[in-house]
Design a protein around this ligand. Structure first.
Ligand code: PNS
Length: 155
């Protein structure tokens, strides 16, 4: 499983999903619900965008889960969580989550080093730059760029 908030999916996420799809027979992209964060995109919109931009990968499925990631993994019989690491700064928190998740159910976490092109990239920066009219066309797939333009023009 490649879990995340995906608000919205970026080229960095897509790179990790593509690489996971080459490593595993089946990959779930799980849009996890964070109750304390009101997103820019509704969960259904995020799912729709992820489905569009991953349609070329026959072994990738997109779902959402409300609750613990380890419970989702148990329900789906998923043995491994795949996470991208952008920089050392990601490592502290990711290690904590990986150790917690492994302690809870034994699920493993595999860390994939992010393509350096995307080492600075995050959904929150994409939202901020796009909100102020900056160019994010090299950071997100075209479908996401169009959705950002629609959303930010409308609001
Ligand atoms: O894209 P994000 O917001 O960095 O992803 C973080 C995410 C969703 C993977 C993480 O917050 C998560 O796994 N949330 C689900 C709830 C859960 O299992 N929390 C305990 C983590 S040890």
């Amino acid at each position: 499983v490649c879990p995340g908030s995906f608000d919205p999916i970026t080229n960095g996420h897509l790179d990790i999903i593509a690489r996971a799809s080459r490593l595993y027979d089946e990959v779930y992209v799980a849009v996890m619900i964070n109750q304390s964060k009101k997103g820019l995109f509704e969960v259904d919109e995020r799912i729709e965008l992820i489905r569009e931009v991953t349609s070329e990968f026959a072994n990738v499925r997109v779902e959402t889960h409300h609750g613990l990631l380890v419970d989702y993994c148990k329900q789906r019989d998923i043995p491994a969580i795949v996470k991208g690491l952008r920089a050392v700064s990601d490592f502290d928190y990711e290690l904590q989550m990986a150790q917690m998740n492994n302690g809870l159910t034994g699920v493993e976490t595999l860390f994939v080093p992010t393509n350096p092109t995307y080492s600075f990239l995050s959904s929150s920066l994409v939202r901020e730059v796009a909100a102020w009219g900056g160019d994010v066309s090299h950071l997100v797939p075209p479908q996401v760029l169009a959705a950002l333009n629609r959303r930010l023009r409308k609001d």
